[in-house]
Ligand binder design. Sequence first.
Ligand code: IDP
Ligand code: MG
Length: 141
Amino acid sequence: MGNRTLAIIKPDAIKNGYTGLIYDRIIKAGFTILGARLLKMTKAQAEGFYAIHRGKPFYEELTTFMSSAPCMVLALEKEQAVSAWRETIGATNPADAAEGTIRKDFATSLGENAVHGSDSDENAIKEIAFFFSEAELIANE
Ligand code: IDP
Ligand code: MG
């Protein structure tokens, strides 16, 4: 199993002042931050990042939202990082998210749900490479 995942603190969470609280969850859940950057995606960048969802009814809304204001992108490391991070963030729809998860506590709505997490090791590698070169990531022994 892979040990890396991409995380994004989405524009709603940054605007609502939850960046620090979400960092705290990341650290308390035992992830090592290998890279982090604040950036405002262009619409084209958001469309590229979410290409897997092209054609879905929420694609336009999602890519407009993700390019509307700054995001924090993070490369996280932990054993079985993809599943560990998805457990930490909770279900896509905050209404279905378990108690104590990031989305339960900080999401605004189904579309504006505070954070992103990769869904597989294969996509984690692609998504980290979308935002970071290997040289930009902290090398851990
Ligand atoms: P995930 O982020 O939990 O992996 P995905 O199904 O991959 O969920 O969807 C990507 C993102 O698209 C979600 O996090 C959410 O922001 C948005 N999204 C998903 N489904 C809907 C929907 O039905 N309406 C509006 N936005 C949606
Ligand atoms: Mg997904």
